[in-house]
Design a protein around this ligand. Structure first.
Ligand code: DGT
Ligand code: CA
Ligand code: CA
Ligand code: ZN
Length: 583
């Protein structure tokens, strides 16, 4: 009955648009009635059309039936496509929100000049919407709740959120260690996709333990709803609305199951086809001879790929974007790994807007086994972030020097650094005399996110003292899109001058696509946590995953360099730029 629902939804939407446009009430009612009829039908609409019975259904006129048939044949209703063009896209989207009707949107549009989703949400939150006629407290509350639900149901979670949920689940399963052999988070989370639809948890265990494992799973403390409770598969929805799928497999199936449930679907389809061409059959249950069903293997992923005649493919690049061909030829690049990382270049302390002290951040980085860290507090123009003026930076230098007396003999180095603001004209928020005193400088844009910022970034790269461009595209998941930016020119100048671009874990900026371009063009990236507290420092693993997703190789990841190479990187740029050989 899927089609019944789909078509009913479109008629409902058409009615909404007509109402928004102030069309004639008769037609609006007709569309709503058709929507009702379709959703109440006991029979499948496709079936009714095939048997010619559709014309005998009360409430469906000839032109409605035409539209239904058009949809079944083409997947579209042209009238709907035409209507959609007459309403701002954002408002159209809002019509889907429970509690928000076309009347409300029309009023908001006409009286408050609201044209975008953001403006509408803002008007709800600021109470401005309450001034519309007929808008009571209860209705406002409904709208608020509806918005919340809708946003949650439609937005995929950020990788960071999924990672946190995943870590929580793994910890929870440590409590029943004796019941299973292996456990892993699969799906898009394992592939480190920037957004994650649902979380997939996979366990290998002897069959007799499966029942207890599934009981343990559905008893997870933050469960809101159990969608499915079986003996091989269970699904839950957490209180925050996120879904987790859980599967148990037998130990000898582990590798093939992990390979299958990691995806991506596109990658799996390719791999299966290759297996098929060799007379093999690959499924989540193992690798088999196609004709005889003889089991060949599948204990580990490595075994699966090897038996098919391929290199093992890192999960982060399993997207069928060239990795399959290279794996067949044994030519996959060696990607950067967490153990290659020697330091972090961007973090904040409570000198600006961080939570922890410099001492605490330093100790945490030391305990992570790093060789160095860059302190990167905000500069003066970032007032909301309690940015530092030159005098305070110099004061901070003294503290860093004192701490270094303790840490350097232990093989750990705190580098003097900053996250200097790139001002609207592209100049830097700190004078050259001070910039010169830093060991490493990050420069970032924190204002005017809506304009083309190419000139600002290029100008910052031209500074002899800027070593890293912070969150280059300005994107922030869930709140902001990137500003227009001529990445090709940025890549070119970054490469020419020896300036790195930041992969900021919090913002997934650079995106994996851009990281891949950096690799192709020979531009350095630096993976940074932008930590504002000690606990954020541990997200480096995630950053490495995002970099790997962009096919990052250690040679072009600045954090894999040792302290001497970092110093040389900084020195080289200063010499180059001050000698006037570039620009
Ligand atoms: P998501 O949850 O939307 O972020 O993306 P995934 O990749 O985690 O997708 P999900 O949760 O639907 O399924 C997990 C993996 O299971 C997926 O990456 C590949 C595998 N899988 C699921 N359904 C199919 C299917 O119909 N065909 C194939 N070949 N693989 C599938
Ligand atoms: Ca998933
Ligand atoms: Ca799933
Ligand atoms: Zn920043």
């Amino acid at each position: 009955m899927e089609k019944n629902k789909e078509i009913a939804r479109i008629f409902e939407r058409m009615a909404d648009i007509l109402e928004f446009l102030g069309d004639n009430p008769y037609r609006i009612n007709t569309y709503r009635r058709v929507a009702n009829v379709l959703s109440e039908l006991n029979e499948n609409v496709e079936e009714l059309v095939r048997k010619g019975k559709i014309y005998r259904i009360p409430g469906l006129g000839e032109s409605s039936v035409e539209k239904i048939i058009e949809y079944l044949q083409t997947g579209k209703i042209s009238k709907y496509e035409e209507l959609k063009k007459q309403v701002p896209e954002d408002l159209l989207e809002l019509m889907e929100v429970p509690g928000i009707g076309p009347k409300t949107l029309k009023l908001a549009y006409e009286r408050l000049k609201i044209k975008t989703k953001e403006e509408f949400i803002q008007a709800v939150k600021s109470g401005k919407l309450a001034f519309l006629p007929g808008m009571g407290e209860k209705k406002l509350q409904n709208i608020l709740r509806g918005l919340e639900l809708w946003q949650k149901s439609r937005e995929r979670m950020s990788l960071l959120e999924a990672y946190d949920i995943g870590r929580g689940l793994l910890k929870y399963f440590e409590g029943v260690k004796e019941l299973y052999e292996k456990i892993e988070l699969a799906g898009s989370l394992r592939r480190r996709k920037e957004t994650v639809g649902d979380i997939d948890l996979l366990v290998s265990a002897r069959k007799e333990n499966w029942k207890r494992l599934h009981q343990h799973f559905v008893a997870y403390p933050s469960v809101k709803e159990v969608l499915l409770h079986g003996e091989t598969k269970s699904s839950i929805v957490l209180e925050n609305g996120r879904q987790v799928d859980f599967r148990t497999v037998e130990p000898h199936q582990w590798g093939s199951a992990l390979q299958y449930f990691t995806g991506s679907k596109e990658h799996n389809v390719r791999v299966r086809d290759i297996a098929k061409a060799k007379g093999l059959k690959l499924s989540e249950y193992g690798l088999f001879v196609a004709d005889t069903e003889e089991w060949l293997g599948g204990r580990t992923e490595e075994e699966v790929y090897e038996l098919i005649g391929m290199q093992w493919v890192p999960p982060e690049i399993r997207e069928n974007t060239g990795e399959v061909e290279l794996a067949l030829e044994g030519r996959l690049p060696k990607l950067v790994e967490l153990k290659d990382i020697k330091g972090d270049f961007h973090m904040h302390t409570n000198w600006s807007d961080g939570i922890n002290t410099l001492e605490e951040m330093a100790q945490a980085c030391y305990e992570l086994g790093y060789q160095y860290m860059v302190v990167g507090d905000h500069s003066q123009s970032a007032r909301v972030a309690n940015g530092l003026d030159p005098a305070r930076y110099r004061e901070q230098f003294k503290l860093i020097e004192r701490l270094n007396e303790y840490y350097n003999p232990r093989g750990f180095y705190i580098l003097k650094g900053c996250e200097v603001d790139i001002l609207p004209d592209g100049s830097l928020d700190l004078p050259d005399e001070l910039l010169e005193e830093f060991d490493f400088v990050v420069a970032s844009i924190h204002t005017r996110f809506n304009q083309d910022n190419t000139y600002r970034i290029l100008k910052a790269i031209e500074s002899p003292y800027v070593n890293l461009i912070g969150h280059p595209t300005g994107k922030a998941y869930g709140t902001r899109e990137s500003y227009p930016l001529d990445m090709e020119r940025v890549f070119e100048l970054a490469k020419e001058t020896g300036t790195a671009l930041e992969l900021n874990i919090h913002r997934a900026d650079l995106s994996p696509e851009l990281v891949r371009k950096c690799m192709e063009r020979g531009v350095f990236i630096a993976i940074v946590t932008d930590a504002h507290a000690v606990k954020h420092l541990s997200y480096m693993e995630l950053g490495v995953g995002l970099a790997r997703r962009g096919w990052a190789v250690p040679e072009l990841v600045l954090n894999t360099k040792d302290l001497e190479s970092i110093k040389a990187f900084v020195r080289r740029k200063r010499e180059l730029m001050l000698s006037g050989r570039v620009v």
